[in-house]
Design a protein around this ligand. Structure first.
Ligand code: SF4
Ligand code: SF4
Length: 456
């Protein structure tokens, strides 16, 4: 038997004796003795020498790691590409306010606001129109097979617009009650936490909203970056609100933004959040480029620290969202071709009623349109179509990358900030995606070895 290697095949050394063969497109992996490969590989070809090696090659073919000599190996790739022709909106970002009551030093949202930008609060009518448009979009996206829907209440700081905030959650409840939105739609409130009160939390609980509060670590860490305009740290007020949210029975999460203040303290941060705040879920945010002084090797350090923090979180039974997304794709063999909802899956509504692709562009209003909500169809608008095509699958540089099917391409906004185009690579994310893919393959091997030892 003679087979050739898939164009998506990568070889990873997992220990002295074994290597992993990994298909970066379908995420299949097989572990083989190095000696087997040396014996049976000739350049791109694998040739069997007896019935045992023939059986092994057949298994590798079933996994898509090896292919017939005549095949080009791009059949699946072309299938996946087709999906990128169709935007399908299943995420809504409602920016209830583009103002904020604090001044985090690394803020990517306020920093690029043009000089003289007038922030505003979303009106109730705008919120209702936005949700009604989302209802129409969801109907279409469900028909295309997208079964999860998410609403993110966002800002600036959304609780600055308290009345409309409460109305929004109540209106979501009505839409669910009338079965215009699926009961399973997730609602997340992203907040700095400071203005949370009993009324807000009670409504969040009724709606089943998750309140995600930004906490960067213990006081001496958090207060370096998350400050009022006076420079005073916000830690005490934030922790007070976090505890209030926990006591009220609302589902809570913690968002941690990684910058110089906690870059080398991420493992400690995971332990602290779990032990001191009893946090069960958290998500690390990789910093979007801005003007604050960042570490020269930020991308590489974050990549390693995320892996180390994941080990700590896993051992403590804590869910860390950023790594878990990669882990789930890898283990379920479900390739992901955009990590950002902005890539044709989301709609952002700004406080002044403009409809856009990505919340980070709210200040500049790039990739935003001014259209009547009643008529608008984001799925057929050129902005959404263009963003949907923005994927590692459509980027020549990514074709040979080990992280191709497990990466999602990072943040197009960050690519735009650094390189001037959303289609460019988000290189700081690449470091994380590649290191994580290598880690997942080696980790799987370690787990398999453990299993073999315990079953002996
Ligand atoms: S482009 Fe970046 S900031 Fe915008 S939605 Fe995507 S991941 Fe978020
Ligand atoms: S890690 Fe970077 S180069 Fe690799 S697939 Fe992702 S975006 Fe492309």
């Amino acid at each position: 038997m003679k087979l050739k290697q898939s164009p998506f095949l990568h070889t990873v050394s997992v220990d002295e004796e074994y290597v992993a063969l990994y298909n970066s497109l379908n995420l299949e992996v097989a572990f083989l003795k190095r000696s087997f490969i040396e014996q049976h590989q000739q350049g791109q070809m694998f040739i069997s020498s007896d019935t045992v090696s023939e059986h092994i090659l057949e298994q590798l073919k079933k996994l898509g790691l090896l292919i017939d000599e005549q095949a080009d190996g791009y059949e699946l790739y072309r299938e996946y590409l087709k999906a990128l022709n169709e935007p399908a909106i299943n995420i809504l970002y409602l920016l209830l306010s583009d103002a904020c009551n604090i001044r985090c030093r690394y803020c990517y949202f306020l920093a690029p606001m043009p000089c003289g930008y007038r922030s505003s609060l979303m009106k109730k009518e705008t919120m209702i129109s936005a949700l009604n448009l989302f209802v129409r979009c969801v109907k279409k996206s469900v028909a295309k097979g997208h079964l999860e829907q998410h609403i993110v209440i966002y800002g600036g700081e959304p609780t600055l617009n308290k009345e409309v905030f409460l109305e929004t959650l109540r209106y979501i409840d009505v839409l669910k009650e009338k079965e215009l939105l699926p009961k399973t739609v997730s609602v997340t409130v992203n907040t700095n936490g400071i203005l949370l009160d009993e009324e807000i939390l009670t409504q969040c609980k009724t709606t089943g909203a998750v309140v995600a509060i930004s906490i960067d670590g213990p006081k001496e860490v958090h207060d370096q970056m998350r400050v009022y305009s006076s420079g005073k740290g916000t830690f005490d007020e934030v922790i007070h609100s976090y505890r209030l949210a926990q006591q009220s029975g609302v589902k809570t999460g913690v968002c941690v933004t990684i910058d110089g203040h906690n870059l080398f303290r991420m493992k400690e941060t995971v332990r602290w959040l779990a032990d001191e705040l009893d946090a069960k879920g958290m998500g690390f945010n990789i910093l979007i480029e801005n003007t604050t002084g960042q570490h020269d090797h930020y991308a590489e350090i974050v990549a390693q620290e995320l892996i180390e923090s994941f080990r700590v979180a896993r051992a403590m039974g804590v869910y860390e969202d950023r790594m878990m997304r990669r882990v789930k794709n890898f283990l379920n063999k479900e390739p992901v071709f955009s990590d950002c909802g902005g890539c044709g899956l989301q709609m952002v509504v700004s406080p002044d009623g403009k409809i856009g692709v990505c919340q980070a562009f709210c200040g500049e209003k790039e990739f935003f349109v001014t259209e009547p909500f009643e008529m608008f169809e984001p799925e057929s608008h050129p902005f959404w179509k263009r963003w949907r095509r923005r994927s590692p699958l459509t980027n020549e540089t990514c074709k040979n990358c080990i992280a191709l099917g497990n990466c999602g391409g990072g943040c197009p906004y960050n690519a735009y900030r650094v390189k001037g185009s959303i289609d460019a690579l988000d290189e700081r994310f690449c470091a994380h995606a590649k290191a994580t893919t290598n880690f997942l393959i080696c980790d799987l091997w370690e787990k398999q070895k453990e299993k073999q030892i315990t079953s002996k």
